[in-house]
Design a protein around this ligand. Structure first.
Ligand SMILES: *Cc1c(COP(=O)(O)O)cnc(C)c1O
Length: 424
């Protein structure tokens, strides 16, 4: 293999925005018509288009995926426990089962509403919430009535199983499809399975508005409530009348213009991301690694990020504390730290797997439930088969690869070559 000394000429990003030209046209339209506010044709248009795409009745365009999750969780809380108590939130101390290995925005909104996240371990087949661990959680806390579940990296989780468990325990589901817009499970779009769904248009997602998000529902009443809360919860009165706490969470019509220009390219982006995933899969063959898995029979991911996981036997020594990572290189072995550092040196951006929430200092007192029951494993040390902290194991051995859809095949070949080098 050739010896590469020079970094890539252009930086390869993990996943950066890809604009097509129509975005600026709709932004301009907002400007020219003076709808420079949180209402206008772009918002109406994307709400309609995305409802159609997802296959849900109603959508509300909001400032971000996080705000969508917040309002979805508050709505679920009010349905379960009655009106929000000011200062205590709609969840008012109640426990909520949620994905553990995910971005913090999946779980933070639970705390905004005064709820207590209980983290459910991950499974190896799709890297999402483990239905077995969820079932275990209901054995321990049968009173829980809300599940917040994410589809990581664009890969649908075990939706059928999780829905069945929710139904059995009469729990509601908030579905975090922030990373998986356009992915399907048994032919249905992610975001349409939960009682409430959320997607994100953050700058690095599959399509973007630079920011933005959307709340998805089949209930007109719920959509109206979320729209009301997102615009400071005004009552129908001639003056500013308030019976509920509100937020300034509505999407801007300017941002909606960017999203509107992006929607026609969703499928194209997915095709490009899938090509990237397949090139990695082919290029990494022969190495002791695997790509992030998905249920090929039932699901079609959007392939937002390509990830890989190193076989246990090919892991060199690596240690991570709360701020730093160290490793000792070894012939025939590697680790995420070595690969990420090598990629960075050559001007390519990878990323560690989302560090599980139960291992975050902020959630150190929260429960974490695995297939084996209530666990408190939250160290960075190697956890052997007897403890089975799947999330920490994937975090320890996995990483996200540069997955920018503007990356050329030759650039990706260089990245693949660099990964091979790490194992030499
Ligand atoms: C990006 C993301 C969010 C939040 O979306 P924002 O639009 O950035 O607020 C929520 N959950 C997951 C899993 C995400 O990746």
């Amino acid at each position: 293999m050739m010896d590469r000394k020079k970094p890539l000429k252009n930086k390869i990003w993990l996943s950066s925005p890809t604009m097509h030209g129509d975005e600026i046209k709709y932004v301009n339209e907002a400007y020219e018509t003076n709808w420079m506010t949180t209402a206008g044709a772009n918002i109406d248009e994307i709400e309609n288009q995305i409802a159609k795409k997802i296959g849900c009745e109603y959508t509300v365009a909001l400032a971000s995926g996080t705000t969508s999750l917040h309002l979805a969780i508050r709505l679920a809380g009010e349905k379960l426990y009655g009106k929000t108590v000011v200062g205590k939130g709609a969840l008012n101390g109640h426990k909520v089962f949620c994905s553990d290995m995910t971005f913090c925005a999946t779980v933070n909104p639970i705390t905004y509403e005064g709820g207590e996240p209980v983290f459910i371990d991950t499974e190896y087949e799709t890297w999402n919430m483990d239905p077995e661990a969820l079932e275990k959680a209901f054995e321990i806390y049968p009173e829980v009535k809300l599940i917040v579940v994410a589809h990581l990296y664009g890969t649908p989780g075990k939706i059928d199983e999780i829905q069945a468990i929710a139904k059995k325990h009469k729990a509601l589901i908030v579905e975090d499809a922030a990373e998986s817009f356009g992915a399907t499970y048994k032919g249905k779009q992610t975001g349409s399975f939960g009682d409430f769904g959320c997607i994100s248009f953050n700058g690095n997602k599959i399509i973007t508005g630079s920011s933005g998000g959307m709340f998805l529902t089949n209930s007109l009443e719920d959509a109206n409530k979320v729209r009301k809360w997102s615009t400071q919860a005004r009552e129908n009165a001639p003056w500013y009348q308030h019976e509920e706490i509100g937020y300034n969470y509505r999407m801007s019509n300017v941002i909606a213009g960017v999203v509107r220009g992006q929607i026609p390219y969703l499928e194209e982006h997915i095709t490009q991301k899938k090509t990237i995933y397949e090139r990695y899969k082919k290029g990494l063959k022969g190495l002791p690694v695997k790509m992030n898995p998905f249920d090929a029979k039932n699901s079609e991911p959007n392939f937002w990020l390509s990830c890989m996981i190193i076989d246990e036997k090919a892991m060199c020594r690596q240690t991570r504390d709360d701020e730093e990572a160290l490793y000792v290189g070894e012939h025939g072995k590697s680790c995420p730290t070595e690969i990420l550092e090598t990629l960075a040196k050559f001007n390519a951006e990878g990323r560690p797997i989302w560090k599980p929430m139960h291992a975050q200092p902020i959630f150190r007192n929260n429960d974490f439930i695995t297939r084996n029951g209530l666990g408190r494993a939250r160290t960075n040390a190697y956890i052997d088969g007897s403890v089975k902290d799947v999330g920490m194991d994937i975090f320890r051995r996995g990483l996200c690869l540069p997955s920018d859809n503007k990356m050329a095949a030759e650039e990706q070949s260089v990245i693949i070559e660099l990964i091979h080098k790490c194992f030499e």
